[in-house]
Ligand binder design. Structure first.
Ligand SMILES: Cc1ncc(COP(=O)(O)O)c(C=O)c1O
Length: 367
């Protein structure tokens, strides 16, 4: 039986092994391990790719979000609005700066932040909205930006899953005051370890974040504010510079696979993420919902297909956030989604035979 893993990063490495091996070798020979010229080179390349002036490379997507909130001066007594339907790291960053996360429900079709629910949460404590391009699909940036402008709130884009996704003709990451990316290995643009970046058109933020991530060094051993060690590794930057050249090609392949799923999966028990016109998902994940989700996953597994859940417990119901006082029923759409969601394999190296098998098996599921 053809076994289909959820992800196989080795296949990607095999295709670019020569380039990657020699790039890593070069960093080692230059001893450019922490920060340095390879990081500066990747920052320039990635900023250009997204169409933004500055990129500040850091050691993870979580650090990118943390640093973004510090740069905006958000802290104790402040509140930050975000969707309850996201990966937990979006929320951690708000907690790290001592601010309070305020969750809003998601839209039942796009599974993205429901902007109609944002208005009810706005108070003078709210300083920012973090919008998440979940699964690679842009949220409705224009609508959220309108709210931000009206109420003088910052917009932070969490682009951890959306490298190369497009909203109204422009890449996501160029709309917010700041945009945060993760280069965790399994992402569309993934490092060979941990890495992230914050992007902005604002020179002041960029300059401050560059300092803050490097122990707030004004010059060697002079520190004018409390800083962090959030530097990006040279090896990660060198790997990312190589992989960036292939990102559009890989994203095109993800889109092709997604289009096959969208046309060939015709099981009425399976619902897909609605894609509004004018937006192009980067298809980091291909998520569907199904009644009897656990049974569906077992059925896929029995047929050799590995499927995962992103994410089984919504942020507002996590034990870590029980002090915030949310309870089941507060974000009903997010909760229903968490109970029914299933992620099917999607990665550029997935072969035709595997894609066809996934469609056939999903269509055979009877609930
Ligand atoms: C939506 C979202 N935000 C933030 C992060 C955090 O990124 P990292 O794992 O690089 O810290 C991730 C990564 O999984 C993510 O998916």
């Amino acid at each position: 039986m053809l076994k289909i893993p959820f992800l196989n990063l080795y296949l990607q490495y095999r295709a670019i092994k020569k380039e990657i091996d020699s790039a890593i070798q070069k960093v080692i020979e230059d001893s450019a391990f922490s920060g340095g010229k390879y990081v500066a080179k990747f920052e320039k390349q990635f900023a250009k790719y997204i169409g933004i002036k500055y990129a500040v490379g850091v050691n993870s997507g979580t650090s990118a979000l943390h640093l973004a909130l510090v740069a905006l001066g958000i802290g104790k007594g402040d509140e930050v609005i975000m969707p309850g339907n996201t990966f937990i790291a979006t929320v951690w960053a708000v907690s790290y700066v001592g601010a309070k996360p305020v969750f809003v429900d998601c839209n039942p079709d796009t599974w993205q932040i429901d902007e109609t629910r944002v208005k009810g949460q706005i108070s003078n404590k709210v300083k920012a909205i973090i919008g998440v391009h979940l699964f690679g699909q842009p949220f409705d940036i224009e609508k959220v930006l309108r709210i931000c402008r009206k109420h003088k709130l910052y917009l932070i884009e969490d682009c951890a899953q959306a490298h190369g996704a497009i909203y109204k003709g422009i890449k996501v990451g160029s709309y917010g005051d700041l945009a945060c990316f993760s280069f965790y290995p399994g992402k569309n643009l993934g490092a060979y370890g941990e890495a992230g970046a914050v992007l902005t058109n604002n020179a002041r933020y960029a300059e401050r974040m560059s300092r803050l991530r490097n122990h707030s060094s004004v010059k060697k051993y002079q520190h004018n504010e409390i800083g962090f060690n959030m530097r990006m590794d040279g090896i990660q930057a060198a790997v990312l510079s190589i992989k960036l050249k292939y990102l559009d090609k890989w994203n095109r392949r993800r889109k092709e696979i997604a289009n096959i799923y969208r046309t060939k999966i015709i099981n009425p028990l399976i619902k897909m993420q609605y894609q509004p016109s004018g937006s192009e998902s980067a298809y980091h994940l291909f998520v569907v919902t199904s009644k009897n989700r656990d049974k569906f996953i077992k059925f896929l597994k029995k047929n050799g297909i590995e499927a995962l859940i992103h994410y089984p417990i919504p942020c507002h119901l996590q034990q870590a956030y029980q002090d915030l006082g949310y309870k089941r029923g507060d974000l009903p759409v997010t909760e229903e989604f968490a109970e029914n969601c299933v992620s099917l394999p999607i990665y550029p190296e997935l072969e035709k035979q595997a894609i066809n098998k996934i469609c056939q098996v999903v269509n055979r599921y009877e609930g």
